[in-house]
Design a protein around this ligand. Structure first.
Ligand code: NAD
Length: 353
């Protein structure tokens, strides 16, 4: 079987906890190099997984002659430049979400991939979640009827990841661009990717500092290793929004790094004329023989990254479009950008296609 030679740029929390175990498990992948500006971090992982090369700069990765593909897993502000350079060097790229800081950067990435004739996949991980896939089958089969209303919420009471995640210049924003990208994408994907017409958003930064004393939860590798106190904070800590789609569907969403709410929650809900559903975990609500009934499926536990890496590998080896092309990452980025713009101007704004 043909194998892909893959390198990973950025070896922080999501790589050690998600992407690297997934790559190591895949029978058609050879991880040939890890790269991180904190070289010791990459070296520890390389030793653990038996990976031959550790590099401190992405340029040296792209010079490797035996390399087919690159995973870009660095802080958000590096996604566009590192992805474009890798594509121009003739490598296929899986870039983690959010694909970039702005739609302009996202457009440049899509265009660079097109010119290079290489795969650009965006890590829209929650599409792969078995519970999302279960719900997708209900939507696509028409079992829920016409979907007209959706809600998505990812609230953390005291849960900013610290480090670069709380610096606007490096992250592009707070929970809206970090967690909201998954919320919006999951709904948009379930709905069959309708065109988004308009956005109304509000963002708040009322709790700065409150959220920086994390004891648990998702954290940047720098914070975990004590290299960064995660105290600098100029992103929003709450965002809420209202999106209107061309097919008449509405999405209401909210997401926080810090909020005086009782408990952390990650809920995605869709409502149709024949049934409704809720994620995570998946539940379906319908009427069976005239009586309200709830369906609670028993689904396998598989990491999103395992399924995502498998899709990336298949798309390259089988020369087929991936389930999360750059264009989809860009569409989601445009909705996020519109929510931020709306918050800035204090009124509804159009979302450009
Ligand atoms: N798909 C998902 O569900 C998911 C989950 C978590 C994070 N992410 C995304 O993954 C990315 C990384 O997140 P994380 O939590 O791993 O962050 P992290 O801070 O833990 O890791 C980032 C790593 O990049 C390294 N780095 C920084 N600048 C570099 C450079 N110029 N060259 C090489 N390496 C460099 C850092 O040293 C660090 O090790 C983010 O864009 C985040 O949004 C995706």
């Amino acid at each position: 079987m043909k194998k892909l030679s893959v390198a990973v740029i950025g070896t922080g929390s999501i790589v050690s906890g998600g992407y690297l175990p997934a790559l190591a498990k895949h029978p058609s992948v050879n991880v040939v190099a890890l790269c991180d500006s904190v070289v010791e971090r990459a070296k520890l992982l390389a030793d653990e997984y038996g990976i031959p090369r550790v590099l401190g700069t992405p340029e040296n990765v792209l010079n490797l002659s035996d390399l087919n593909a690159v995973l870009v897993c660095t802080p958000n502000h590096l996604h566009a430049p590192q992805t474009c350079k890798a594509l121009e060097a003739g490598k296929h790229v899986l870039v983690v979400k959010p694909m970039a800081l702005s739609p302009e950067e996202g457009e440049a990435m899509v265009e660079t991939a097109r010119k290079a004739g290489k795969t650009l996949m965006v890590g829209l991980s929650y599409r792969f979640h078995p519970h999302t896939q279960y719900m997708k089958r209900f939507v696509d089969s028409g079992d829920l009827g016409e979907i007209y209303y959706t809600k998505a919420s990812w609230l953390r009471r005291k849960g900013n990841p610290g480090g670069w995640f709380t610096r606007k210049a490096l992250a592009g924003g707070g929970p809206l661009i970090d967690l909201g990208v998954h919320l919006i994408d999951t709904i948009w994907y379930l709905l069959g990717k309708p065109s988004c017409l308009s956005a109304t958003g509000s963002t708040y930064g009322k709790m700065n500092g409150h959220s920086s004393t994390l004891s648990a939860g998702y954290r940047s590798a720098d914070v975990k290793e004590g290299l960064d106190g995660g105290k600098e904070y100029d992103v929003e800590d709450l965002a809420c929004g209202f999106l209107r789609f061309a097919n008449g569907v509405t999405l209401i969403m909210d997401t926080s790094f810090a909020l005086h709410t009782k408990a952390d929650a990650h809920d995605v809900e869709i409502f149709g004329t024949k049934g409704g559903g809720k994620l995570y975990p998946a539940e379906v609500y319908c009427d069976l023989h005239g009586t309200p009934a709830d369906i609670a499926p028993v689904l396998p536990k598989v990491s999103n990254q395992e399924l995502e890496v498998a899709e990336f590998v298949d798309s390259i080896l089988q020369e087929k479009p991936s389930m999360c092309p750059g264009e989809d990452g860009l569409a989601v980025l445009k909705m996020i950008d519109a929510l931020y713009r709306s918050s800035h101007v204090g009124q509804e704004v159009a979302v450009s296609d």
